[in-house]
Design a binder for this molecule. Structure first.
Ligand SMILES: [Zn+2]
Length: 165
């Protein structure tokens, strides 16, 4: 289970230092080639929005306009298993080497996201949210997290999060 990877400080050293960001861009291209829900499908982050008009452009490499939008796209990426997008949107200073989402047995089923607060402050931001998920036949659980984000060269990145109520 790697639910805690949504918020826990990464334990690994970054792997893309010194390549001028090429690995980063390659990851975005790879993410764009991943299978996606149909254009009219609801977005995992908000069932009242269409995926194609919500998180899909970000998963295809478009910069998120706000830290909240990035946070939503990362939730949707967990729901869709877009590991490369999760790594690409993770700041290099805290990014894990891998998440191994595909190896999770049973895989968590993400049930919904509620953003409680978005506090932008220049090139930093905090987003507080509750994500609900279920693992196997268990009852629904909630993950309450305050995530921190940083913006560099017009792109928001996830830094780390604090879990708890
Ligand atoms: Zn969305």
């Amino acid at each position: 289970m790697r639910i805690e990877s949504l918020g826990r400080r990464a334990l690994y050293t970054p792997t893309t230092h010194g390549d001028g960001g090429r690995a980063h861009r390659a990851r975005y291209r790879y993410a764009a080639a991943m299978p996606k829900p149909p254009a009219a499908a609801p977005c995992p982050c908000d069932e009242t929005r269409r995926y194609a008009a919500c998180c899909a452009p970000l998963h295809a490499g478009e910069p998120a306009a706000t830290a909240e939008a990035l946070m939503r796209s990362r939730y949707s990426a967990y729901a869709l298993g877009l590991e490369h997008y999760l790594l690409a949107s993770w700041h290099a200073s805290t990014r894990p080497a891998a998440l191994n989402l595909a190896a999770e047995r049973p895989a968590p089923k993400w049930l919904g996201l509620k953003v409680l607060r978005h506090e932008p402050d220049g090139d930093r931001a905090q987003v507080e949210f509750v994500a609900r998920f279920r693992v196997g036949g268990g009852s629904a659980q909630r993950l309450h997290e305050r995530s921190r984000f940083v913006r560099e060269q017009n792109r928001w990145y996830y830094l780390e999060g604090q879990i708890g109520d």
